[in-house]
Write a protein that binds this ligand. Structure first.
Ligand code: MN
Length: 400
């Protein structure tokens, strides 16, 4: 085991060199209460992964340190923050995604049991030198959707506009200094949001717009979510028109999405009619149908996504219902005929090298899960791939 730990250390050292962070000593800057490598027991003398540290104690995502980032006067900095958005009153079918953040955290406890090294991506995100924290949940009212949506935007913005803990550093290939890819010229930390039903992506994209302008979106979902309010729920009121099937329509209307370089994956919903696809085109999205995995495979799907997004800054939104209900039953609007957890994880690893500025996973409703925590575990593992991809590629570019 000691040999294995030493090996992990060596591998992580070699990975750090490709991360393009400069060589400053993070230890000098560590706040006193910051546990650098969360899987390590904090008992003096322990330097190995211990099983009890994953099933005991208070549950945060992957046992990362909990920082009350949104409490009054707290200006903690970080490189990647997990934040919950426990909102589910935009749901059309099964409610319960307000318990998603707590469920996903429970499903994520074992992520670092063996240390967290990602073999296919050759990176350990937890040892990448980045400061990764769990900021808890955004306070979200369950009584007023308009107010809740505002709370989610403000909470996300408060995190996104903090200075990062680590500097951007230099490009790993040319050695030249990296400059931020944001539209405001600043180096922003990344935020991974635990939903919540999919409505939360409207306020999240409003926040993203404040730093990156109109953004390319990679969206994994069985549904389009660009539906016009008239199609989805009939829109009896202005507020009812904003829900988990229409938020991308509104995001597009507001100019938050970069037209033509955004793409859905795993689509297999029924439609009100072919006009829904015309409306989806007008909202700026390309589409990959779930069944295409039978013809072009995961490689073909990855290729399509990369060709669509290019090297633009990209926001990643993952609806757990992109995965087949056989693997992830606990969700608001399940659709059979989806991808396996393995297939989605492979496709996510295929995003290696893309500039994923922030991400979310939504529609996890743990009340419908199995006792084996199938869905929350799938959600956590999917985010582990996202975290690994983020850890490998800094949000910077070289200017000639
Ligand atoms: Mn959705």
């Amino acid at each position: 085991m000691r040999f294995f730990t030493a090996l992990l250390g060596l591998v992580s050292l070699s990975c750090m060199s490709v991360l393009a962070h400069d060589g400053h000593d993070h230890d000098m800057q560590m706040p006193l209460d910051y546990v650098r490598f969360p899987y390590q027991a904090i008992y003096p003398g322990d330097d190995e992964v211990t099983a009890d540290s994953v099933f005991s104690g208070i549950t945060t995502f992957a046992k990362l340190p909990w920082v009350q980032c949104l409490s009054k006067g707290n200006d903690a900095s970080f490189d990647i923050a997990f934040i919950g958005a426990p909102f589910d009153t935009g749901t059309s079918y099964r409610p319960g995604a307000r318990f998603g953040p707590a469920g996903i955290r429970a499903g994520s406890r074992r992520l670092t049991l063996y240390g967290g090294y990602n073999v296919p991506l050759a990176v350990n995100p937890f040892l990448s030198g980045l400061k990764i924290v769990d900021c808890g949940d955004i306070p979200v009212t369950p009584y007023d959707n308009a107010y809740a949506i505002k709370q989610i935007e403000e909470g996300h913005k408060a995190l996104l506009h903090r200075p990062t803990f680590s500097p951007l550093g230099n490009d790993s290939v040319t050695g030249k200094p990296l400059v931020p890819i944001s539209s405001d010229g600043k180096h922003h930390p990344r935020v991974i949001t635990l939903g919540g039903d999919h409505t939360i992506v409207l306020p999240l994209l409003r926040s993203i717009h404040s730093a990156y302008g109109a953004i390319s979106v990679i969206h994994f979902d069985s549904h389009l979510d660009t539906w016009k309010p008239q199609v989805f729920g009939g829109a009896p009121s202005q507020q009812a028109a904003i829900n988990h099937g229409t938020y991308f329509y509104w995001a597009s209307q507001e100019g938050l999405i970069k037209n033509g370089s955004s793409i859905h994956g795993a689509i297999r919903t029924t439609l009100s009619g072919p006009a829904d696809y015309a409306n989806d085109d007008a909202s700026g999205f390309q589409r990959i149908e779930a069944r295409e995995i039978d013809t072009i495979g995961t490689d073909g799907i990855i290729k399509k996504i990369r060709e669509t997004v290019g090297d633009r800054p990209v926001y990643l939104s993952i609806d757990i219902d992109s995965i087949d209900p056989a693997f992830a039953p606990a969700t608001g609007t399940p659709e059979t005929g989806g991808w396996s957890t393995r297939e989605l994880r492979t496709i996510l690893r295929g995003l290696d090298g893309l500039h994923v500025v922030s991400a979310d996973i939504v529609e996890v409703a743990p009340a419908y899960d199995t006792n084996a925590e199938l869905t929350t575990m799938a959600a956590a593992d999917v985010l582990y791939e996202v975290l690994s991809v983020m850890a490998k590629t800094p949000l910077g570019k070289v200017v000639d």
